[in-house]
Design a protein around this ligand. Structure first.
Ligand code: ZN
Length: 255
C-alpha cells in the first residue's frame, strides 16, 4: 500500500451530524444522510465547523463532540464527530424585542398587530454596508434579528438572530411565535410604525374618521409616534382569527 492510498482510506475528516430540523441547511446531496464531512483543519473550532456545514450558530442548541458536551470555542480532533441539535424552543425574547430584515415587512406588521415590538425599515440594503447597520442596530437596541438571509446570521458581531422558516407570512409568523412564544397584546401597537397606542378621546380624532366610523364606534386609540388612529372596526374578525391561530396549542394568555 502506498502512502497516497493510506491517506485516502483514513482521511482525518470531521463529521458534522445535524438533527432532523437542521438538515434543510445542508447541501442537497448531504441532506438524506444528514451530515457533512469536512477536511480536518487544526485551526478550526467547533463554531467554524458548524458554520462550514452551512449552519449559523443562531440556529444551534446543544453541541456534542465525540459524545461529550462541547462549546463553539472547542476544537475537534482528526476523525471527530460533532452532533448538532437545533436551538431549544421557546427561546426568550431579548428586552428590546425584534428587528426584522428588509424583506420581512409583512411579518413585521403582523407581529405589531399582536402587540410585539418589531422594528422594521423598508429601506433597501446594499449587500454589505447595510448588513452591518442591521447588526449594529440589533446590538444597540438589544433586539433579536429575524431574517431569511443565512449569510447575515453568520456575522460574528450579531449576538441574537433567528432564521425565519416559511415562504409565506402565515408560516413565518407561526415559526416566530413557536420559536419565541412571546406574550401577545393585540391592538396595542401601530402596525405602520410599531410604536405603542394610547386611548384617544373620540372628540380628538373625529375629524379624521369617515362618517360611518364616527357613528358606529366609541373607543379609539392613537399611535403615540405617528398619530394614526385605530379602532376595532372591520378588521376585528380577522385580527381575532389571527390571534386564535397564533395562540393555538400554546396555552397563551392573550390580553
Ligand atoms: Zn405609528
Amino acid at each position: 500500500m502506498n502512502s497516497q492510498a493510506f491517506r485516502g482510506d483514513f482521511a482525518p475528516d470531521v463529521v458534522v451530524r445535524l438533527a432532523g430540523p437542521l438538515r434543510f441547511l445542508l447541501r442537497p446531496r448531504d441532506r438524506a444522510a444528514g451530515e457533512r464531512r469536512l477536511r480536518f483543519d487544526a485551526d478550526a473550532t467547533v463554531g467554524h465547523v458548524v458554520r462550514a456545514a452551512g449552519v449559523p450558530l443562531t440556529e444551534v442548541g446543544e453541541l456534542r463532540l465525540d459524545g461529550g458536551t462541547a462549546r463553539p470555542a472547542d476544537r475537534p480532533a482528526p476523525g471527530s464527530v460533532l452532533d448538532v441539535a437545533p436551538v431549544t424552543r421557546p427561546e426568550p425574547v431579548p428586552a428590546g424585542g425584534f428587528l426584522l430584515d428588509v424583506g420581512l415587512g409583512s411579518l413585521a406588521r403582523r407581529l405589531r398587530l399582536l402587540g410585539l415590538d418589531a422594528a422594521w425599515s423598508p429601506e433597501a440594503r446594499a449587500p454589505s454596508a447595510d448588513d452591518a447597520d442591521l447588526v449594529a442596530q440589533a446590538v444597540a437596541e438589544d433586539r433579536v434579528l429575524l431574517t431569511q438571509d443565512r449569510g447575515l446570521l453568520m456575522r460574528r458581531a450579531l449576538p441574537r438572530g433567528a432564521l425565519v422558516r416559511g415562504s409565506g407570512t402565515a408560516d413565518q409568523l407561526a415559526d416566530v411565535l413557536d420559536r419565541f412564544a412571546p406574550a401577545l397584546a393585540p391592538l396595542t401597537r401601530c402596525t405602520a410604525c410599531g410604536a405603542e397606542l394610547a386611548p384617544a378621546p373620540k372628540a380628538e380624532v373625529a375629524d379624521r374618521l369617515q362618517p360611518g366610523t364616527r357613528q358606529g364606534y366609541q373607543d379609539f386609540s392613537r399611535c403615540t409616534r405617528c398619530g394614526r388612529v385605530y379602532w376595532r372596526g372591520a378588521h376585528a374578525p380577522r385580527i381575532d382569527a389571527l390571534v386564535r391561530t397564533a395562540s393555538e396549542g400554546r396555552g397563551l394568555i392573550v390580553g
